[in-house]
Design a protein around this ligand. Sequence first.
Ligand code: MV4
Length: 449
Amino acid sequence: MFKKILIANRSEIAVRVIRACKELGIRTVAVYSDIDKESMHVKMADESVCIGPASPEQSYLNLPAILTAAELTDAVAIHPGYGFLSENTQFAEACATSGIVFIGPTPENMRLGGDKAKARQIMKKKGVPVVPGSDGPVESVSAAAKVARKIGYPVMLKASMGGGGRGMKIVNAEGELEEAFLIAQREALTSFGSSELYLEKYIHGIRHIEVQILADSKGEVAHLGERECSIQRRHQKIIEESPAVIPERLRKKVGDYAVKAAKAIRYKNIGTVEFILSPEDEIYFMEFNTRIQVEHPITEAVMGVDLVKEQILVSAGHPLRFKRIYKPRGAAIECRINAEDPEKFIPSPGKIELFTLPGGPGIRVDTAAYAGWNVPPQYDSLIAKLIAHGADRQEAITRMRRALDEFQIEGIKTTIPFHKRVLADKNFLEGKIDTGFIERLNAAEPALK
Ligand code: MV4
């Protein structure tokens, strides 16, 4: 087993990884920026190294500084968490060059995770369903027009190197195509460093369903059920739940597709296969997420597995454990508590004056925040993840509402009031959700005063 791991991240996910390391008897190294000196992840790690000023580019994205910190402390592996360098192929390759294990998939897996047009093309060839559209990238307006005419409008232009909802454009008719294509190309080039686009039929009223996968270095693949992530706002997930509220027939299908997708690209380590579910109950592959995700705790609750621990074990070459005993138990929901205005969703950094955590049966809070701590404006506004687990969806929701009432945060604004609104909504309670849910909620019932 690894003797020492460096965690190339901050906040709750750094704390989460340190906890897994402690249980495995692995020493930990925290890295931190100037303003994160008093952070919980720094206090919890065995050692810590300052890697630069507050700006992410100069600290948590500072590849040479992080590799130097690993070398100075004799860390034999690096866990990247999520965000920051977690999906950076160059970083994974640089780790390998320095003889350090990158705790994550192979560089090839990561490259394919970044190249959505290529991933789509491979999945189609391997028999994993994709939305009707182009076979790989579309090189020109005329090539796009040809595909669009065949599949019919509306279509969606997507940046090959985009993803997570960034760099997408809906085109309603051929008359709009040329202008949209040129704008999308230009935006893709500035945002992702590549102007390459691909095209898909646009499907309205979809749900976002993703499947957790875990694969060992021998290529054994297990799936750990699905998560419903449709409650999102401008591609930022806000509430996730597991299992998804779908018929058993679809649950089986999406799990099988995910394993097939992972095997087709010889996927290693932890990952997520993202699908969309159409109103007609068609499942389509969307993309690979080649990291541990924010919402992993709901899968942990339902499957009774420590995913970070399992991830570290497979990274160290261990075979998959309990391959046949991943059995779902009950239901879990996660609310992302952000330091944001709950009506306008604009960041609300500052000093936390009071921080009283909820507790009791079925409640988990992943956080690195505490009373007296300053939420810095430089980073993501996620300050806590509240996870409720129950015997069924109804109990998980009831527990979540109870825990949201217990959670007391003062000094900054948080999204807790917004979560309370969603969890009291009739459609949400009936499981009638899709990616348009929050927009409809705000239109029907403008934010409470
Ligand atoms: C789509 C789609 C509809 N049709 N593709 C957004 C995240 C990225 N992984 C895939 N996304 C979508 N792709 C086709 N062909 C709808 C989404 C989508 C979405 C689109 C608009 C507004 C909110 C959305 C939320 C999730 C997914």
